[in-house]
Design a protein around this ligand. Structure first.
Ligand SMILES: [Zn+2]
Length: 448
């Protein structure tokens, strides 16, 4: 199963909108019944990771990428006036748990940057607009329309955000479409994308090349993340084979499982909407510079308006297990030669299976001159090809801004060493099929 894919339309006029025809969604989330059919075991966790490194080739450093200045980039995108986004559901069916959750999440994570106003009428009428500001009309234009949105704010009464019934049932696909409506293009269209990915043009479905076409005007200020919610996966719009191949397997392990808003996505929106000028940002970062840019920095050296879950303090550099409303975090330190630290999945009282609808984050750090090694006798998480239902995400790269790896399925005798002095693990389960979970132990290794 692949992630449902949206087609966006590119708005390339200044002041005047240009229209193109929307494309169709390609693939869709499988039904719950289909989950049972797909219990193939994945490759052994982490085992191949290191051996790939020898063959890894970075993008050609000598290539020159035309980079627009920060002032110039995104100049072709029309932003929402007064930082206010109006939207309305144009039928009762459109106001469903997926779209409600998507707008609620976007509204929450962009709090202080943009204001979202639901202007749905009691009878869902989207024909009489005399009393409404320009708004996003959430509609279903019928079969074959798929999930799509225009890019940026159009002129006129309203603009369509199409969610084909039965097709657009992923909250993250809908958030992807809302981000288009706010003005984001696809990450793989950035002019610096050849440093990170190869687009296999010969594998792209006819007529879909535009979704992959580079846009020289796009900003490259924010970190390029192949796991961005706005980045296509490996086989999106494929007529056979991969359409996108990451150059560094460690930079794109999660590509194709874009079911999380990443720091780079928020950074792009913050940049577009001048978040650094807003009062809400100044409370967090008092140095007067570099708001919201997520510089490359050290392991977790954010510079941002809004810290990711559990991160607080200067530059969001501190992991606080209690820094989200449900206090669903654990923080541990391991020391050189010290006793290992053990963590377990949030399981039922008998310990035989993990709890449903549960999220928990674990952060393990070692002294700065060490790496963190994780060992587990078993890992058992409901399996499906995209790890959509339940999943373990772990960040073990040099920066918390590196894309996480996402896994599910059954693994035994796992050992994995982080590239930095931290290892962050995020566990998510949905409301059914709860497997055994995991017990992991951590220790500090490779101390210099
Ligand atoms: Zn899109």
């Amino acid at each position: 199963m692949k992630f449902a894919v949206a087609l966006c339309l590119l708005l390339c006029a200044i002041g005047v909108m240009t229209l193109s025809l929307p494309g169709a969604v390609e693939e869709e989330q499988k039904s719950r019944a289909e989950r049972e059919k797909e219990k193939e075991l994945p490759d052994n966790f982490g085992a191949e990771k290191r051996s790939d490194e020898a063959e890894f080739k970075r993008g050609d450093d000598e290539m020159e990428f035309k980079r627009a200045s920060e002032e110039e980039c995104e100049a072709t995108i029309t932003k929402w006036t007064d930082d206010t986004v109006y939207y309305a559901y144009c039928s009762a069916a459109m106001k469903n748990k997926y779209s409600l959750e998507a707008f609620a999440q976007v509204s929450s994570i962009l709090d202080g940057i943009l204001t979202f106003k639901d202007v749905t009428k009691d009878d869902y009428d989207c024909t009489n607009n005399a009393d409404r500001e320009h708004y996003i009309a959430v509609v279903d234009n019928g079969k074959s329309e798929g999930c799509w949105s225009y890019v940026g704010m159009l002129s006129g009464e309203k603009q369509t955000l199409n969610l084909q019934t039965g097709k657009c049932t992923s909250v993250y696909v809908i958030i992807h479409e809302i981000f288009h409506a706010l003005g984001l293009l696809h990450t793989q269209q950035r002019p610096d994308s050849p440093q990170y990915i190869t687009v296999n043009t010969q594998n792209i479905k006819d007529g879909k090349e535009g979704n992959f076409a580079m846009k020289e005007s796009m900003c490259t200020t924010c970190k390029y993340q192949t796991c961005s919610l706005m980045h296509y996966g490996r086989t999106f719009f494929s007529k056979g084979g991969e359409t996108i191949t990451p150059l560094d397997p460690d930079m794109g392990p999660d590509q194709g499982k874009q079911n999380q808003v990443q720091a780079g996505d928020l950074c792009a929106i913050y940049l577009l909407y001048d978040a650094r000028e807003k009062e809400t940002c100044k409370e967090v970062d008092g140095d007067g510079n570099d708001y919201c840019l997520w510089g490359t920095g050290n392991a977790y050296n954010f510079k941002c308006c809004r810290c990711p879950d559990h991160f607080t303090g200067d530059n969001c550099g501190t992991f606080d297990e209690n820094a989200v409303s449900d206090n669903s975090g654990e923080k541990h330190e391991v020391t050189q030669g010290g006793a290992p630290v053990t963590v377990t999945s949030p399981n039922n009282a008998a310990g035989s299976s993990y709890l449903p609808s549960t999220k928990k984050t674990y952060f393990i750090s070692a002294p700065t001159n060490c790496n963190v090694q994780m060992s587990a006798d078993f890992i058992s998480v409901e399996n499906d090809a995209s790890c959509y239902w339940d999943q373990l995400r772990y960040w073990s790269g040099e920066s918390i801004l590196d894309c996480p790896e996402t896994i599910c399925g059954e693994y035994t005798d796992v050992t994995y060493t982080s590239k930095s002095n931290f290892f962050m693990l995020e566990f998510n389960s949905d409301d059914m099929y709860n497997e055994k979970g995991f017990i992991m132990s951590f220790e500090a290794v490779n101390c210099t």
